[in-house]
Design a protein around this ligand. Structure first.
Ligand SMILES: CC(C)(COP(=O)(O)OP(=O)(O)OC[C@H]1O[C@@H](n2cnc3c(N)ncnc32)[C@H](O)[C@@H]1OP(=O)(O)O)[C@@H](O)C(=O)NCCC(=O)NCCS
Length: 181
């Protein structure tokens, strides 16, 4: 059976709750940062993962989106939710958050899921945690993604290597812009 079309999925973002959800986040991170980017496990997991805030994005796929079976012979299947992306955030110092490991599976990219994840994180950070600023360590070829969300590169910052990948710090001030839900 072949995919006849690829309709845009509905996306739901939710907070990771408990160890099973965190394990799901780490699994997505492993696919993208491990398998795709080759970043070693020891670098991808650290001891703050168990205390960080994590978000999970689920894509709701129509049950018939991957089949070309004749309509009359299709079983009545429910739409299914599949994990599509994740990120984590924690407080670096009072009022200063860090968002990291922003992950969207390759098959779900360019659908706005990364933006939705970031906006959901900003809502929690600004409205619930009341942190005023976010600092993140951007891969240099991803700065456009963050720029579109309002991030800027502080003037004094320069490119540095993390695990051999060029990175640069970017920041966003949330204090004067409470985010609506
Ligand atoms: C970076 C990543 C999270 C983006 O997720 P995504 O769901 O594909 O992004 P979106 O569809 O939400 O894109 C939002 C906007 O950012 C832009 N964008 C996405 N990736 C971009 C990139 N690498 N460079 C510049 N712009 C980018 C999109 O074109 C879109 O622009 P628009 O608002 O003008 O339409 C995803 O590509 C990914 O998981 N990459 C691998 C992991 C990674 O490197 N994470 C970041 C580490 S710093």
């Amino acid at each position: 059976m072949t995919a006849s079309h690829s309709p845009k999925p509905t996306v739901t973002i939710r907070r990771a709750q408990g160890t099973a959800d965190v394990a799901q986040c780490l699994k997505l991170r492993a696919i993208v940062f491990g398998d795709e980017q080759g970043i070693p496990l020891a670098y991808r997991h650290d001891d703050i993962d168990q205390t960080c805030h994590h978000l999970l994005a689920y894509a709701t796929l129509p049950a018939d989106s991957t089949t070309d079976i004749a309509p009359e012979s299709k079983p009545a299947l429910a739409p299914k939710d599949v994990p599509a992306g994740t990120l984590r955030f924690h407080e670096l110092q009072p009022g200063l958050g860090n968002i990291a490991w922003v992950t969207v599976l390759p098959q779900f990219r360019s659908l706005g899921i990364g933006r939705l994840l970031m906006q959901a994180a900003h809502q929690v950070i600004a409205n619930e945690l009341m942190w005023s600023k976010v600092l993140l360590y951007a891969q240099c070829d991803k700065t456009g993604f963050y720029t579109r969300l309002g991030y800027t590169i502080p003037a004094e910052n320069t490119v540095y290597l993390k695990e051999g990948n060029p990175h640069i710090n970017m920041e966003l001030t949330l204090a004067d812009a409470r985010i609506s839900g």
